[in-house]
Ligand binder design. Structure first.
Ligand SMILES: C[S@@+](CC[C@H](N)C(=O)[O-])C[C@H]1O[C@@H](n2cnc3c(N)ncnc32)[C@H](O)[C@@H]1O
Length: 337
């Protein structure tokens, strides 16, 4: 009978790490980049990837069964999604987040139970007393990987913000905690009348500048090095913070909102976007899991509901606040001064 409980979802979720790690290893080994040049026979692909004979067929056919590759006779090809989003040769590549998941998060999440019991981070900063950004930024390769991971996770929402917000009313914007600068780039590309600032820690400068130049919008985007704990935010008609508020504890969230309020003129706007949790906290599983990821990654960060964020923004002085869905689990909270 179909109203009987089934263990299917329990087993599917409990064993989801098998599928997850198979996809992450495929990204690590460059399977989709290799097939981005065109379909290949089993022998040619296997030779390039250096798979062991025991694993080769099962690995590639598991990727077929999961929907990431397509096999016709003995020829393998990318599925449309992996071809567009996981071929490193294409500008639409979003695999940076999966590279970081593979190198860092997969191992750190092994210690989730400890984090749940202690409330303490389980990443490189574990036991050091340092914040995640100090430990990440001490190693240039890890810094670059982290910043490009941010682009991967944020691209869809960045394009939605560039499309959905009434940019025609404004002339300047500043993206605070800009990372590689994808949000600033998407907005600048879509709206030639705008000039933007990317604000982030000084180590980020060359990576932002290289990315903005590659996107052809460097003449309208400026990087401003700074630390939002020590400095005011750059003045602009619109201040944006993507995946910033969730990194920090409540007093820091409120301090950042207050600094955003001070940085915009009357009529100016502040846009905060994150994997905003639904007000009832029952639907946006990705947002709730993201909040657990903040438990693993930061000393005090957590994700929040639209209602909570709207209340903090009103408390800071903003006169009107609205929550708008972007894509997937991401929403933005728009506050107008
Ligand atoms: C989670 S990332 C978000 C990146 C990007 N906005 C996005 O949504 O993809 C957080 C960003 O905040 C920056 N950041 C951390 N601490 C900062 C500080 N004290 N001052 C300025 N930026 C900081 C980091 O360098 C990083 O780029």
């Amino acid at each position: 009978m179909n109203d009987q409980p089934s263990p299917e979802k329990i087993l599917h979720t409990g064993m989801a790490f098998w599928a997850s790690k198979t996809l992450l290893s495929a990204v690590e080994m460059g399977v989709f980049t290799e097939l981005g040049h065109g379909p290949e026979t089993f022998e040619a692909l296997n030779g390039r990837l250096g798979l062991h004979p025991r694993s080769a067929r099962d690995f590639l056919d598991a990727l077929v069964a999961l929907g990431f590759l397509v096999r016709t006779d003995a020829t393998y090809a990318n599925a449309p999604e992996t071809d567009l989003f996981l071929d490193k040769g294409k500008p639409s590549y979003v695999g940076g987040i999966l590279e970081m998941a593979n190198h860092r998060l997969f191992g750190h999440w092994f210690h989730l139970t400890e984090a749940l019991r202690t409330g303490l981070p389980q990443n490189e900063a574990k036991g050091t007393g340092e914040g995640v950004f100090e430990s990440l930024y001490a190693d240039p390769a890890r810094l670059r990987e982290f910043l490009s991971a941010m682009t991967g996770v944020s691209r869809g929402a960045n394009m939605a913000i560039a499309r959905a917000f009434p940019w025609a009313q404004y002339r300047t914007f500043a993206d605070v905690g800009t990372a590689q600068g994808d949000l600033a780039v998407q907005i600048a590309r879509a709206h030639p009348h705008l000039r933007g600032t990317g604000f982030d820690l000084p180590e980020v400068a060359p990576i932002f500048e290289e990315y903005a130049a590659g996107a052809g919008v460097a003449e309208r985007l400026t990087f401003q090095p700074g630390d939002f704990f020590k400095q005011d935010l750059p003045k602009a008609d619109v201040i944006l913070m993507g995946h910033i508020l969730h990194d920090w504890d409540l007093p820091t969230k409120k301090m950042l909102i207050q600094k955003a309020y001070a940085a915009v003129p009357a009529g100016g706007a502040f846009i905060a976007y994150d994997t905003i949790i639904d007000d009832a906290r029952t639907q946006n599983a990705f947002g709730l899991l993201m909040s657990l990821n903040m438990l693993i990654e930061t000393p005090g960060g957590f994700d929040y509901t639209g209602g909570e964020c709207a209340a903090w923004m009103k408390e800071a002085g903003f006169s009107s606040v609205r929550v708008e869905h972007l894509v997937g689990p991401d929403s933005m909270v728009v506050a107008v001064k």
